[in-house]
Design a protein around this ligand. Structure first.
Ligand code: WAQ
Ligand code: MG
Length: 256
């Protein structure tokens, strides 16, 4: 791959106008592709947004940018699945896992109190584990982890080795979690989908790996969540910069 140019391809789609004019977020996505792969990346992202369970978009933006920085390779986090029977049980387990990753209990409580408010954010919320406050300052936009991808052949090999279904949603979520948890300022991530038909979520951390939780919300619920628990005493501007701009390929290399 050395010497080959890569492009960051990004998509966002909304209903009732663009996001910045109050439109409802429908779908977003990011890919990293060589020039020859840009067409497929654009077409995958277009397809993702046009057939979405959150609604029919009337605004979409797809752009691509040449990436000049060298691409970093990151191993996928180790994966484990926790079966939970109800949203309540799932959320209780999530809280416990986040504490275990090193987030003080009162910060976990404060983050969960803010979840309803954060569910309108179309990226992720950065939450400081010391002050128990949101610190990204990005309002409805949040922080969007971009410039990442997991080449399909390596993902398929990884999925077969782990006995996991090779579905694009898992691929995307594990890629984001692996990039995010690799950053030294990030202590843990909490996520579940804003898609009404998908109730599995996860807690991820360097220490814990990617802990799937099979039931985190009720079917039909359109509120999602993505919180990065960070050490606010470090340089947060550079953390946001890294999450948005450091190009990353996930690569298992045939290991789990
Ligand atoms: N960067 C930051 N935040 C993002 C990104 C990103 N690249 N992509 C999505 N989000 C935020 C945004 O606020 C979404 O509304 C929210 O996360 C949920 O996104 O079976 O599908 O893509 O192991 O709906 C997890 C479990 C699925 C997968 C999560 O999230 C599994 C999912 P969605
Ligand atoms: Mg979604």
């Amino acid at each position: 791959m050395k010497g080959e140019a890569y492009y960051s391809v990004r998509m966002r789609a909304s209903e009732n106008g663009p996001h910045e004019e109050g439109g409802k977020h429908i779908s977003g996505g990011e890919r990293l592709a060589p020039f020859i792969g840009v067409k497929d990346a654009v077409s995958d992202l277009l397809e993702k947004a046009l057939s979405h369970s959150r609604g029919k978009p009337d605004f979409m933006q797809i752009r691509f940018d040449l990436v000049n920085e060298p691409i970093k390779f990151v191993q996928p986090l180790r994966i484990e699945t926790n079966e939970t029977k109800s949203a309540e049980e799932g959320q209780a387990l999530a809280r416990e896992l986040i504490s275990r990753a090193g987030v003080p209990k009162n910060a976990v409580d404060k983050a969960f109190q803010g979840i309803a408010e954060y569910s309108d954010v179309r990226g992720a919320v950065l939450f400081d584990i010391h002050s128990g406050r949101r610190i990204d300052g990005r309002k409805q936009k949040g922080v969007r982890v971009s410039r990442l991808d997991w080449p399909e052949a390596d993902f398929q090999m990884w999925a077969a080795l782990c006995g996991m279904p090779p579905n694009p949603r898992l691929k995307e979520a594990l890629a984001i979690a692996s990039k995010v948890c690799e950053h030294p300022a990030v202590v843990a991530e909490l996520c579940w989908s804003d898609d009404p038909d998908y109730i599995t979520g996860y807690v991820a951390a360097k220490k814990l790996g990617y802990q799937r939780i099979t039931r985190m919300k009720e079917h039909g619920d359109e509120s999602g969540c993505r919180i990065f628990f960070v050490d606010g005493l470090t340089d947060i501007k550079s953390c946001i910069d890294g999450l948005e701009k450091q190009p990353v390929f996930i690569r298992s290399g045939g290991k789990t």
